[in-house]
Design a protein around this ligand. Structure first.
Ligand SMILES: Nc1ncnc2c1ncn2[C@@H]1O[C@H](COP(=O)(O)OP(=O)(O)OP(=O)(O)O)[C@@H](O)[C@H]1O
Ligand SMILES: [Mg+2]
Length: 192
């Protein structure tokens, strides 16, 4: 799926917030400056119904906790922990940051490659890739894998996002599966 600008990345973040359940793991891959923190910020602001909420990048704090108010409808997701694992050496250090407790709520993880064996298999894997030179500078490709039952075409449409190709037959059956219609790119998922 091509993401034309920062606003579209934010819409993707807000879309994911609307689908969130307690226990979710959202893993954000992509190179420096890809837009992982932009997506995380939009996600958290939407989830907390707080459009102006401060959402600093956890580059230095490594993890930033948020308490999500009980939602008017749907289930209470509890706390969200926003991790940036760039500076970490591996899963032992992730555990020292309180990973196990954080998993009771929602974890939102930049540089999830550091999780190694801690990678939750049921996670949503999001990879943001800035496109090559010659394209508008804000253009990104977003590849999503996981949440097959939740990522239906209508969810994307409501967010004003268009998967690269419609699923075969244009049906929603089975959700997006292994992201039929979404272009995939090599990411942490290929290692897990
Ligand atoms: N389509 C886009 N989506 C997100 N950010 C964009 C987009 N186009 C341009 N930008 C800009 O790219 C930068 C993305 O920064 P951000 O901190 O989100 O990157 P990051 O992937 O979290 O990097 P890091 O690995 O250093 O944490 C911002 O300055 C933002 O304004
Ligand atoms: Mg970041």
């Amino acid at each position: 799926m091509d993401i034309e600008n920062e606003d579209a990345t934010a819409r993707l973040g807000a879309m994911l917030a609307g689908l969130t359940r307690a226990g979710d793991a959202i893993l954000l891959s992509g190179p420096l400056g890809a837009g992982k923190s932009v997506l995380a910020r939009a996600y958290l602001r939407s989830l907390c119904h707080a459009p102006d909420m401060e959402v600093p990048s956890p580059t230095y704090t490594l993890v930033q906790p948020y308490t999500v108010p009980a939602r008017a409808c749907g289930t209470d997701v509890g706390a969200v922990h926003h991790f940036d694992l760039w500076r970490l050496g591996g899963p032992e250090e992730v555990e020292e940051l309180g990973w196990d407790d954080a998993r009771e709520g929602v974890v939102l993880v930049e540089w999830p490659e550091r999780l190694e064996d801690l990678t939750p298999p049921e996670a949503l894997f999001v990879t943001l890739t800035p496109l090559a030179d010659g394209k508008p500078p804000g253009l990104r490709r977003a590849a999503l894998r996981g949440w097959a039952d939740r990522l239906t075409p209508s969810v994307f449409a409501a967010a004003g996002l268009v998967p690269a190709q419609a699923p075969p037959g244009g049906t929603v059956a089975g959700g997006m599966g292994e992201q039929a219609g979404l272009r995939t790119s090599p990411g942490p998922e290929s290692d897990t």
